[in-house]
Structures are given as C-alpha cells and as structure tokens.
Ligand binder design. Structure first.
Ligand code: UFG
Length: 349
C-alpha cells in the first residue's frame, strides 16, 4: 500500500509516518516545514500540499492508494486573528489537493477534522449527531471540507473519513518524537516548559467559566491513539466506501487546573500560574463521545491524561538533544526532495 501523508513532518504527522512504516506501508510525505518538526522517517517532498504544479508532478509519478491529510493551519487563537490565512490554507489548498486526487483516480481520503466544528456544545459527551456550529474560523474551515467531501463522494466517488480530533496531546512513549513548535500556544507543552524552568509561568485564559473550578475543560487524546485511528480508517473505507465522520477523544474531560495538577504530580515540579482574561474563540467545554469510532472502526484510546503528560515530559526532557540531532540530519545531504519547477524533475537536497 502506498500512502501520501500531508504534513508528515509535523507533530501528528511524524507519529503517523512512523506507525505506517512500522506496518509496512510505503509512505510519501509532503510538508513545507512551516511549523513541522524534522521528520526523520519516510520519503519527504518539501513543498506546499496545495501547490497544483507540485501535486501534478507527484501524482503523475507515484500511484497512491490513499491520502492522509494532516497538513493544516491549526491554532484556534491564530485563526481568530488571521482568518484569511486559514481559509486559504485549510480550504483552498485542500480543494486543490482533492482536485488532483480525483484527476489521478485516488479515491481514499483520511481528513483531520476537529472538535472545533461543534462550537459551544449543547450536551456532553458530544456525539457526531450534535449540531455543528463553529465559533472560530479554524473550526469553520474544517467543517467546510467535511461538507465538501459528502458532495465529492456523490459526484466523483471519493471515499473519505473525517476524524474529528479533540485535543491532540502526548508524545511517543519513549520520548523520541513529540510537539515542537516555534511558537507554542498549546496548554500541555506550555505547562511542561514551566516545569522545565524555561518559561516563568502559565497564563490561565479564563477562570470564570461555568465549570467546577472556572477553567475550560478539554478532552486530551494521545497522538498515538489518533494515528491508530487513521490506520483503522484506511481499512474501513476499503470495506465501506462513503463519506464518514468519527469523533476521536477519550470521553474524559479535564479542566486547565486539573491538567496543571497532573503535571505537578508527574513531574514533581510546582507550576506558577497567573490568571488572564478569556482567550477569543475558546469554547467552555469539549468532551467526546467516541462510541461511533469504537463501533465502526474498532477504535478506543489506550492512553489517559497521566500517560499523555508522562510521555510529553519524556519528550521535553529529550528535546534539546533531539533538536541537535534534527539539525544535523537536516544539514545532511539527500534527506528530502524538492520539486524543481523549471526542470520538472525531483532533486535531492
Ligand atoms: N490554555 C491556557 N493557557 C495557555 C494555553 C491554553 O489557559 O497558555 C487553555 C485554553 O484557553 C484552552 C485549553 O487550555 O481552554 C486548551 O488550549 P489549547 O491551546 O491547548 O487547545 P485548544 O482547545 O484551543 O485547541 C485544540 C487544538 C485545536 C482543536 C481543539 C479541539 O489546537 O486544533 O483542540 O478541541 F480544534
């Protein structure tokens, strides 16, 4: 089986690529390294997943069985501040990718969607029948593609699984790959940087929400569990063509303060916090009902919050050494391919 993974050098992508390779899948990655870590595995083409010329070249030379589309702009906060970038990247570029897939007869698409499509939920845990009503541009861009996929199935026979991630978190258990963004906005990596002593404190965005302790509640789901769901989804659309949607969360929600407590327990470090006003675009609570994924994909999360934090802590402690190694790899020759538009050839860099 040959799969194209967009965003394969990113946080979730690098775990995904490793899992697919372990399963004997032939993997090609396309990534522009705008936010990604340096992925050490798989065949990498450096470029934008919405670049039609590049996609034409790739699809005309490689015969893919499917595409796992992980590349996206994915910060809720940033999407509120700069929506136009979100519509261009998450919508326009994804439509380009779908165009080329259809042209070359690649009919299996696994799409990273998000719990942000639900907006402010009416009930908990949230199942897939819950109404969709995004409260930020990020969620809306993902919903647009989900809905497009339904019509593309009818018109072009494109089969898809949209996976609505709740809060992706964690790292590989040994701590060899994990989250590493130039600008970090996510809760768990920020708290761990405070635990490590490289950030002074954690700002808690909002302490007057209607939750037990006044802070926002989220469903943190381990990155390995998310990747596992993608491999199950690929098998699923083999047997059940269509356009499917599944929630991926654990069914357990934790407030920001509960996450801080767990970090303190796991790391033995005290976390200094300061209370700030609410962050724009943040829903109060997001907790998944994942029964549908369990029933149809046979998926269930294996890791809980404690393991998520332990694995992320292992990664944080390795991070300096990993960064050094990644830098050395990046400078080494023949790691990735760029598409030379002039000569219409692939060349190694
Ligand atoms: N938070 C803080 N302080 C921080 C960072 C975050 O209090 O420094 C709070 C946020 O306000 C939020 C919670 O911690 O209540 C989690 O925030 P994250 O930034 O870690 O994650 P989000 O819930 O904003 O978003 C994540 C993904 C989205 C996805 C969403 C779905 O980044 O892509 O989960 O649940 F849509």
């Amino acid at each position: 089986m040959k799969i194209l993974v967009t965003g394969g050098a990113g946080y979730i992508g690098s775990h995904m690529v490793r899992m697919l390779l372990e399963q004997g899948v032939d993997v090609v990655v396309i990534d522009n390294f705008s936010t990604g870590n340096w992925n050490e595995e798989g065949r990498i083409i450096e470029g934008n997943f919405g670049d039609m010329e590049l996609l034409e070249k790739i699809f005309s030379t490689e015969k893919f069985d499917g595409v796992i589309h992980l590349a996206a702009s994915s910060s809720v906060e940033e999407s509120v501040l700069h929506p136009v970038e979100y519509y261009k990247n998450n919508v326009l570029n994804t439509l380009n990718l779908l165009d080329v897939m259809i042209k070359y007869g690649v009919s299996k698409f696994i799409f990273s969607s998000t719990a942000a499509v639900y907006g402010e939920p009416d009930y908990f845990p949230i199942d897939e029948k819950h109404k969709v009503h995004p409260v930020n541009p990020y969620g809306q861009t993902k919903l647009f593609i989900e809905e497009t996929l339904k019509f593309y199935e009818e018109a072009y026979g494109l089969s898809s699984v949209s996976l609505r991630f709740f809060n992706a978190a964690g790292a590989s258990p040994c701590g060899s790959i994990g989250e590493n963004r130039a600008v970090e906005t996510h809760l768990i990596p920020i708290i761990l940087k405070v635990a490590k002593g490289i950030r002074k404190n954690l700002s808690i965005f909002g302490t007057n929400y209607n939750t037990k302790d006044g802070t926002c509640k989220r469903d943190y789901v381990h990155v390995s569990d998310l990747c596992n769901a993608h491999t199950l989804a690929l098998k699923y659309i083999d047997e059940k063509p269509g356009s499917h949607i599944f929630n991926l969360g654990t069914g357990s929600g934790y407030s920001v303060k509960e996450v801080i407590d767990t970090v303190e327990k796991v790391t033995g470090k005290e976390i200094t916090v300061e209370s700030k006003t609410r962050r724009a675009g943040d829903p109060e609570k997001l907790v998944a009902n994942y029964e549908k994924a369990f029933k149809h994909l046979g998926w269930k999360p294996l890791f809980g919050l404690k393991e998520i934090i332990q694995h992320s802590w292992n990664w944080e402690q390795n991070l300096q050494a990993q960064k050094q190694r990644m830098k050395m790899k990046k400078n080494a020759p023949a790691r990735s391919q760029t598409f030379d538009k002039q000569a219409l050839t692939f060349s190694a860099i």
